[in-house]
Design a protein around this ligand. Structure first.
Ligand SMILES: [Zn+2]
Length: 274
């Protein structure tokens, strides 16, 4: 499943390639599952609009669309789900199986949404002057210390479960939860409400560091991942603990352990994390 850095990388890549372009025609597959807005309604809303920009909100990709004949601005919201891909191609590029949307652009390129498992979602919204789509949780890259500490105050669940809770923080998944807890020296099973202010601040900084590092590397998902040009094969981030069960800790050489926390495989160093 793409995590925040992958979604950020894709959003940036699509932004660079389609900003300022105009959607000439929109085609959608007949499959009902990928659409939060009926395909006919999406097509009618998208055609003729100019792409103002593309950005990430939590784990959603938001395509900002300009005015068209005085009907105001709109958004096209793409959630990649487990296997979704948003690709910028030429129209003669081979159409992958499970392509659910093709937007023809005035530049001659196409923006395509491909999703074999169909857990992804496509939505179209007219803004009517409203602010538009916002992810439910706080943004981990910009959250400040007080706000971060307040998220976990009095919480009885484990810190790992709290990090994965999308209503608290948007976009943090299993890999970056484990990696940031290792860097902060905190046991994943520790109760969130028991963390000291100093620990929480270490965790906030570590989380920001691992996410930014992964974004610089272009995302590090170990599952299906293709960037905006359809190039597969982003290198994997050098994980310190994630999926390194039994291997020596990079800091102290103690074997990395794997346990279940919040139902998820969780990796940590028994010496470095307390
Ligand atoms: Zn260690």
């Amino acid at each position: 499943m793409p995590e925040l850095p992958e979604v950020e990388t894709i959003a940036r890549g699509v932004h660079e390639r389609v900003r300022g372009d105009r959607i000439v025609q929109a085609w959608f597959s007949g499959f009902p599952q990928p659409f939060k807005t009926p395909p006919e309604k999406q097509a009618a809303g998208l055609e003729g609009r100019v792409v103002l920009g593309v950005h990430r909100e939590g784990k959603h990709i938001v395509v900002e669309l300009g005015n068209r004949q005085q009907v105001g601005e709109a958004q096209w919201i793409v959630h990649l789900g487990m296997t979704g891909q948003l690709l910028v191609t030429t129209p003669d590029g081979p159409v992958a199986a499970h392509t659910h949307a093709r937007l023809s652009l005035a530049s001659g390129r196409e923006l395509r949404f491909v999703d074999p498992r169909r857990f992804g979602r496509l939505e179209f919204r007219e803004l009517h002057g409203s602010e538009g789509f916002g992810a439910p949780g706080a943004e981990p890259l910009t959250i400040v210390a007080d706000e971060f500490a307040a998220l976990f105050r009095h919480r009885k669940l484990s810190i790992k479960a709290a990090l994965l809770n999308q209503t608290l923080l948007a976009g943090v998944g299993n890999i970056y939860a484990d990696e940031s807890l290792f860097r902060a020296g905190i046991r994943p099973g520790k109760r969130a409400g028991r963390l000291t202010r100093a620990e929480l601040e270490r965790l906030r900084l570590s989380l920001g560091e691992v996410l930014r590092h992964a974004i610089r590397l272009g995302g590090s998902s170990v599952s299906d991942y293709v960037d905006a040009d359809g190039v597969r094969g982003f290198f994997q981030l050098e994980h310190c603990v994630y999926q390194r069960t039994g291997l020596p800790c990079l800091r102290c050489e103690a074997p990395i352990r794997r346990i279940l926390v919040a139902g998820r495989g969780t990796h940590y160093c028994p010496e470095c994390q307390r």
